[in-house]
Design a protein around this ligand. Structure first.
Ligand code: CA
Ligand code: CA
Ligand code: CA
Ligand code: CA
Length: 363
């Protein structure tokens, strides 16, 4: 269950170390239980590094360009500086120095000023607010569409993810505070019709510090991580009861704290997979997408054409078919340590067919 927090709570790193130590104690017969074997895949590309050293890159989103799949874009947060937009070859396309953006997500099809746009939302730690941007057709630059500062009233805004109701078609942003509070905001066009604002429609909480989350629009579900404890499933609808059901826990050998980014590989008929960053042992745990979210396996990302990946914060995955080697989709993960050559942090691009092969997943 959630770990009780004291004033002098251990750092996420030491919580991870404690969890790893507990794993050692629980499986004393295994040779290297704190770093369990897992198949390794390789990234095929990496993004340009963020401008500064330190823990800065955090969470990616993927904007699939339906008209020109080769021009699909990756949006990555730099939690010291703003948002960056990258091409599929990893090169920087656009940089927005808009403040300390922590997590980012997007949804297509929002009606703004008579056009259908993709809304990109990010958690702004400078203002404890929700930053809102849009990609508009024929003009794939990210532009600010927030109707002023979208204040949350939270003290330490942290994680963020988006949801679109399959019933009403309404758009929502979930944000959380390090203290465990969750807010569900509904997106609304401003009275003038050309900007976006929000209203809070639901609040709930996790016992310990949350961050990563992802909504499954088709199935009406939200998955929320609790960094030191595990992750949960809850109804995503604004009027759903906020009953958090445990999907998996830290300490099982499948997840090592912190539990960080969560993403969904979508297949037809509600099928597919959840991918969860097991940050404490540089691995990713995979679960079946439909409840009860049966555990499938785990993998790591080792050295290849580009350096391997460690300590992943945020991640995103798409099942859309992109140019080779991403015909089966693309997994994008934050890399805590960007080497070969040593440089500030960045994001790695992994062909999903590598993960399919490593874990024996059906296509
Ligand atoms: Ca975190
Ligand atoms: Ca690395
Ligand atoms: Ca993070
Ligand atoms: Ca590198």
């Amino acid at each position: 269950m959630p770990i009780a927090r004291s004033e002098a709570r251990p750092s996420p790193r030491s919580v991870g170390a404690l969890a790893a130590f507990a794993t050692v104690v629980l499986s004393a017969c295994a040779s290297q239980p704190q770093y369990t074997p897992a198949p390794t895949v390789q990234a095929s590309a990496e993004t340009d590094p963020v401008p500064g050293y330190g823990d800065a890159a955090d969470d990616p989103a993927i904007w699939f360009n339906r008209d020109k799949p080769a021009e699909t874009l990756i949006i990555g947060t730099d939690k010291k500086r703003g948002l960056n937009v990258y091409r599929l070859d990893g090169s920087l396309r656009q940089s927005l120095p808009v403040g300390r953006m922590n997590n980012v997500d997007l949804r297509e099809g929002f009606k703004l000023d008579g056009r259908s746009v993709a809304i990109v939302a990010a958690s702004d730690r400078d203002r404890n607010s929700i930053a809102l941007f849009a990609f508009t057709p024929g003009q794939p630059d990210l532009v600010d569409v927030a109707d002023g500062v979208i204040a949350t009233g939270l003290n330490e805004i942290y994680g963020l993810c988006m949801y679109r109701s399959p019933i009403s078609g309404q758009f929502y942003v979930f944000v959380n505070d390090k203290d465990g509070r969750y807010q569900q905001h509904e997106l609304l066009a401003s009275p003038s019709g050309d900007r976006v604002t929000t209203r809070i429609v639901r609040e709930f909480r996790t016992a310990g510090q949350p961050e990563g989350c992802v909504a499954d629009d088709e199935l009406g579900l939200l998955y929320v991580g609790e960094e030191a404890a595990g992750f949960y499933r809850v109804g995503a609808a604004a009027d759903a009861p906020a009953d958090l059901v445990v999907v998996d826990r830290v300490g099982t050998g499948r997840l090592v704290a912190d539990v960080e980014g969560i993403a969904i590989y979508r297949q037809a008929g509600g099928d597919g997979y959840l991918v969860v960053s097991s940050q404490g042992d540089d691995a990713y745990a995979v679960y079946r997408r439909p409840p009860p979210n049966e555990y499938v396996g785990r993998f790591r990302i080792g050295d290849g054409q580009v350096d391997g990946v460690s300590s992943t914060d945020g991640l995103e995955v798409t099942s859309e078919s992109l140019p080779p080697p991403y015909e089966q989709g693309l997994l994008v993960v934050q890399d805590g340590s960007n080497t070969a050559p040593r440089a500030p942090q960045n994001f790695k691009l992994v062909p999903w067919n590598e993960v399919q092969r490593a874990l024996g997943l059906e296509r």
